[in-house]
Design a protein around this ligand. Structure first.
Ligand code: URA
Length: 238
């Protein structure tokens, strides 16, 4: 038995807070009875109906995908482009945890575990993300290192960041910079480089919450094991 709002959130239907609102508003039925008390418990074998829709209490699934460039990281795309969900063969409704841009490659997690998703994307949990950015220029190392002090993007200063210069190729006029951030603002990495006058020409996420691309090539995916899922919960709650 678990709290009703937790079961609803775990089903991926909505967040726990939204589930509490729905319960308070009398929109949730358990085995035919409307439940309005937030303390109520239910089990995964109960029939839970919200606004007339029966919840599908699916087994939890956790997939780590090496997202290729040219794929949208949402469950649906209005323009009909291929999505990360299209790549994965699953009977469950999986959702990406956070977003990568259409032209960004790298680690993305997909799951139907709404609770873990919320923990991982909550800004206060400061989950680590490691990116490698290619700049088609010979960068000024000091200027690039200044990113770790924060820069203003969209009117707000960015949080802590780590910068590592991986390569500066004077002949090819290109640079590779590793940037580690703990937030997930819209187009954050590209905007951070823009703020110091550089345009990112290629972007790859090499690490997310400790998960790497090891053993995968672009477009491939694998399921997480129990130990990895437990570690993710521990990382997200820290
Ligand atoms: N920052 C970006 O600019 N793009 C991404 O896809 C991820 C982080």
């Amino acid at each position: 038995m678990e709290r009703l709002q937790k079961i609803i959130a775990n089903s991926g239907y909505c967040s726990r807070r939204k589930a509490e609102e729905l319960i308070n508003a009398g929109k949730v039925k358990v085995n035919g009875e409307i439940v309005t008390s937030l303390g109520s418990k239910a089990s995964y074998s109960d029939t839970i109906i919200i606004n007339g829709v029966t919840l599908k209490l699916e087994p939890k699934e956790y997939v780590l995908l090496y997202k290729p460039r040219g794929v949208v990281s949402s469950a649906h795309d209005d323009k009909g482009r291929k999505t990360v969900v299209d790549i994965i063969d699953s009977e469950n409704r999986l959702y990406p945890v956070g977003r990568l841009d259409y032209d960004t490659s790298g680690v993305i997690l997909l799951t139907n575990d709404g609770e873990l998703t919320n923990l991982l994307i909550h800004p206060s949990h400061e989950v680590e993300k490691v990116y490698v950015a290619k700049i088609d220029a010979v960068v000024d190392p000091n200027l690039v290192k200044s990113l770790s002090n924060g820069v203003i993007i969209d009117g707000k200063k960015t949080g802590r960041a780590k910068v590592k210069i991986k390569k500066i190729d004077k002949k090819k006029k290109s640079s590779l910079i590793e940037l580690t951030i703990y937030e997930g603002r819209n187009h954050q990495v590209k905007k951070m480089f823009e703020a110091i006058g550089y345009k990112v020409s290629k972007l790859k996420r090499e690490k997310f919450a400790g998960l790497t691309l090891a053993g995968l090539t672009s477009g491939e995916y694998r399921h997480l094991n129990i130990k990895e899922v437990k570690t993710l919960y521990a990382v997200a709650k820290k």
